[in-house]
Design a protein around this ligand. Structure first.
Ligand SMILES: [Fe+2]
Length: 404
């Protein structure tokens, strides 16, 4: 088995076991509650049968006298005739035995329930010694009248009722539905686990890959790397103030973090040049958004972000690059990155000029072909930036933040 399948399969099997145990526990709980009501019903029926057998067949002068006189055949015939109307009693007879001290004794004999009663006269002042009346009832028949569906006689493992009948919950009727429910629940759990596992695995692999590139990027060009980190935080700040949430906010953050990653493909002497770029160098420099987009396209998890980084140097009036898009044609996230990119560049240190203060930067940006609504939003909320705390997930995509 491939190692990467081991964890999700193990978790799925464990889930299957847990779901099975859960259903079994629920059934046990229901069966436990049902047991009490079945036990009450069984006890009532047994007592009714026993009292009826005792009072109707064995507690009268006629039977008493016949037994006392040794006329057992006649006495038995009398008792059997009297029990004909007792549909649950299979056999009734007078036999030798020690009379119970009370009205009856109930004894389980295999699957047979044996009711033993004393033989008395009408006013119950006299009792026949060493003889008893016995009625036999099949326990399963008795149970069938109460609950044939939910319980069965189980001599080996059954739970004993008040009168000693061992019964077990009867799950066979629900087995098909149980299996369907377990299969469906396990299917859902398996899909969830596999999706979650592979999504995490992909994200992990992609993130590791990107972290390697970012690390390399940081090592080769420190200003761009710290610039990207600042741009990412500013984009996150603007995105939150624009109402971005969840995946959209995370996408914006990652795109901002990686928007200049394409500079890794630009010669270092151009990136760090202390002065204006010549036309040839400028052409090379303008290729970095396309390289950034190409790098992101090579990571499945982040390929959807490639248009955002591709157009982060486009401008509202079409004066940007690489395609000279205007206004509505520029992705909104690219516009956000464009604004915070320019702002960060203006207030940040550069080899070829001194930084300017945020207020001056905003004034400058007012005359630039940037999305002025985003500029205004950044300006209006800029005072809140110091107190801004990034979401926890931002850290996992920002290897520098852990060490800075
Ligand atoms: Fe850029």
């Amino acid at each position: 088995m491939k190692r990467k399948l081991f964890v999700p399969i193990t978790i799925t099997l464990a889930s299957l076991l847990l779901i099975g145990l859960l259903i079994y526990s629920i059934q046990r709980h229901i069966a436990g509650r049902n047991f009490e009501s079945v036990n009450d019903a069984l006890s009532s029926i047994i007592e009714i049968q026993a009292y009826a057998f005792y009072n109707g067949c064995l507690s009268n002068n006629q039977t008493y006298n016949l037994v006392i006189q040794g006329e057992f055949a006649e006495a038995n015939a009398l008792v059997q005739k009297a029990t004909d109307s007792f549909s649950l009693i299979d056999l009734a007879e007078i036999v030798e035995g020690k009379p119970p001290s009370d009205s009856f004794d109930i004894i389980m004999d295999g699957e047979l329930l044996r009711i033993e009663c004393p033989i008395r006269n009408d006013d119950k002042t006299a009792i026949v010694p060493n003889m008893i009346g016995v009625a036999i009832i099949q326990a399963q028949r008795l149970l069938n009248t109460v609950s044939a569906k939910d319980f069965r006689i189980d001599l080996a493992h059954g739970r004993k009722t008040t009168y000693g009948i061992p019964i077990s919950a009867n799950f066979t009727g629900n087995r098909l539905w149980d299996s369907i429910i377990i299969a469906l629940l396990t299917g859902f759990v398996a899909i969830f686990i596999f999706q979650h596992f592979y999504r995490n695995a992909n994200t992990f692999l992609d993130t590791r890959g990107l972290e390697s590139i970012i690390y390399l990027f940081e090592q080769t060009e420190r200003i761009s790397a710290s610039h990207s980190r600042n741009v990412a935080m500013l984009a996150l700040f603007v995105g939150k103030n624009l109402g971005f949430r969840g995946k959209r906010l995370k996408d914006l953050y990652i795109a901002a973090l990686l928007h200049d990653i394409g500079k890794i493909g630009i010669p270092n002497n151009i990136l760090t040049k202390n002065g204006k770029l010549d036309p040839c160098e400028f052409v090379q420099m303008r290729q970095h958004p396309a390289i950034s987009a190409r790098i992101l396209r090579s990571f499945k998890e982040f390929e959807r972000l490639s248009p955002i980084v591709l157009y982060h140097h486009e401008r509202e009036d079409g004066s940007g690059y690489p395609e000279g898009l205007t206004g509505r044609d520029i992705p909104f996230e690219s516009k956000i990155i464009a604004v915070v990119d320019v702002f960060e560049a203006l207030i940040g240190e550069r080899p070829y000029r001194d930084p300017i203060c945020p207020l001056s930067a905003f004034q400058k940006m007012r005359s630039m072909p940037l999305d002025q609504k985003i500029v205004s939003l950044l300006m209006d909320h800029y005072g809140e930036l110091d107190g801004f705390r990034p979401p926890r997930w931002a850290l996992s995509y920002s290897p520098w933040m852990l060490t800075s």
